[in-house]
Design a protein around this ligand. Structure first.
Ligand SMILES: [Zn+2]
Ligand SMILES: [Zn+2]
Length: 269
């Protein structure tokens, strides 16, 4: 059965996505979703970053725009508005304030600190930070799910013992805090990349995520799993074929996909 929701959707405000907000809603209706959640990259106070996220001053306009679409399309689709957030301890209180203004937050740990992004480079020490931040983030109960848990592989060319450890830490945290994990459907755009793994000592071509060796470990915990389009253009919500590609990679693992997503977690109740 096809997943009927997508809650990982961006808008042109982030500087690297295209389209009008309403076009995302129309595309989601055409794709047959019953829920569309917008989760644009959260702005940080006094930190302008035009290629990654909206400015702090744009967040109210973003919320207003999506909330008005929520009303306009109420009979056709359930529209929600939230943010995709990196857990950085110094912004702890800020996340709680932002959570009150919207419907949900997802965790997407792109950065070790602002300006130091894991997709450019992620050595073993960085990976340790990546996991620690995710564990701390999940422990807040602020997050509906963890986006692209295997994101760190963008900054690596190997899947080593440290990566195995990371998969175990993320799997354990997902169970402990009951935070589902996302199979991200936006990673295929990078094409295949060469990786060395513990199974193959020579370089082989892999899509970066979903990465089989990572999800094989997640399966041992039977974590809850959902697909996320991570849409940066309206039409990508209709790219159903990406689910087929993902399934050709991780399909035989029989992951624990859930049919419904609960936006509200403990912190919001
Ligand atoms: Zn983005
Ligand atoms: Zn995203």
């Amino acid at each position: 059965m096809k997943q009927k929701f997508n809650i990982h959707t961006h808008t042109s405000r982030c500087g690297h996505a295209r389209g009008h907000d309403e076009q995302y809603v129309l595309a989601a209706i055409e794709a047959g979703f019953n829920t569309l959640g917008f989760s644009d990259h959260i702005p940080y106070p006094n930190a302008n970053d035009n290629e990654s996220r909206m400015d702090d001053t744009q967040s109210q306009e973003y919320l207003d725009s999506i909330n008005s679409l929520k009303e306009k399309y109420i009979k056709k689709i359930d529209v929600k508005v939230g943010f995709e957030v990196e857990y950085l301890p110094k912004y702890h209180n800020y996340y709680y304030d932002m959570r009150k203004k919207c419907d949900y937050l997802i965790l997407g740990q792109h950065t070790k600190y602002l300006g130091y992004d894991f997709d450019c480079f992620c050595n073993d020490a960085d990976l340790d930070s990546y996991c620690t931040q995710i564990e701390q983030g999940m422990a807040t109960n602020l997050f509906t799910y963890l986006a692209h848990p295997d994101y760190f592989l963008l900054g690596r060319n190997n899947f080593n013992e440290q990566c195995i450890k990371a998969a175990h830490r993320i799997g354990q945290a997902s169970i402990k805090y009951d935070v589902p994990l996302e199979i991200n459907l936006n990673g295929f755009k990078y094409g295949k990349k060469k990786f060395k793994t513990l199974k193959h000592s020579d370089y082989q071509d892999y899509y970066i995520y979903p990465f089989y060796d990572f999800w094989e470990i997640i399966k041992t915990y039977n974590c809850k799993v959902v697909y996320g389009f991570d849409a940066h253009a309206p039409l990508s919500l209709m790219d159903e074929y990406k689910i087929d590609i993902a399934n050709s990679i991780i399909g035989d693992l029989n992951l624990n996909f859930i049919d419904e997503i609960k936006l509200n977690n403990k912190a919001a109740q």
